[in-house]
Design a protein around this ligand. Sequence first.
Ligand code: COA
Length: 325
Amino acid sequence: MAIIGCGSATPSAILSNHHLSQVVDTSDEWIYPRTGMKNRHVSSTNETLSQLAADAAQKAIADANLDPTNIDLIILATSTPDDLFGSASKVQHLIGATQAAAFDLTVACSGFVFGLITAAQYIRTGVYKNVVVIGADLLSRWVDWTDRTTCVLFGDGAGAVVCQGTETKDNLLAFEMRNDGSQHGCLNLGYQGESKPLAEGITVQVGGYKPLTMSGKEVYRFAVAKVPEAIEKAMFRAGLAIDDLDWLLLHQANQRIMDAVAKRLKLPSEKILSRISEYGNTSAASIPLTLDTEIRAGKVKPGDKIAVSGFGAGLAWSSAIFVWG
Ligand code: COA
């Protein structure tokens, strides 16, 4: 398979560190040195996850010189659908991909890489030819805007790629997917219900989801320990040395995590792709959104070898080595 198109979309409103200092007791002096973040985009009341994901997908399909009716499958990696029953079907309708099957996939910030690997399996078995993988999240809907330890970190966005089956090459060179559910409590957006007696001897739960909670230090330690390992495994399977890589594109959670991972891999910092200062942590969107931004900027070129890694809630982490274009 080849990855032949890329697109992205962000809401128009930009929330700066300065804005945040008016919302909670924080400052640019605290946020920027610890995270690398300056701005993030946040959706307004009329912007939906489905529309943002559809905008990114449409651009990726146009970039691949395809028509939406050529798409066989849409995988929407998101933890923040407009509808708990899934938003992929709505995206399918919005973009007019009338022939495509569509489903949501939830692995938080690892979702895009898990989705890319899933797409490859459908393509390699010959079942589908053109698969769109979207990473999209609107975490501004779910953070606690009174909690300065989390609300400063997240932003909204969407990014998408088109994967296509080809006879001649397989540009997903290798991958690794891992989970450690014993650390599930480190990062959550959990259900919270109240008991409601319904009938004699029957009580059900009725409720919603409580805002995002996170043990920042544990997540930081986990990422710096596990991400280099996952990339090294995939590199070994691909038969590549670190020097063969053109770019390292990590989930954009924290600039310090990206720098620490690159250092462990002995990769020069110029090879890190980072747009964290513009977008913050956009969860499942962060890798395709950054990839698209760097392609449009002319930095990433066809033929470049890229190592990506998603990591976060689950805890889950993953890596993939692919050739763009
Ligand atoms: N503004 C100002 N002060 C803040 C603050 C903010 N936004 N957030 C926390 N603080 C304060 C804390 O209250 C604490 O104060 P205290 O010492 O008086 O108690 C102090 O800053 C240090 O807090 P701490 O949580 O120890 O900071 P840290 O150095 O661990 O950095 C993170 C916090 C979140 C930047 C860091 O832990 C991190 O990036 N973790 C990974 C998180 C992540 O990537 N999550 C997503 C994965 S998908």
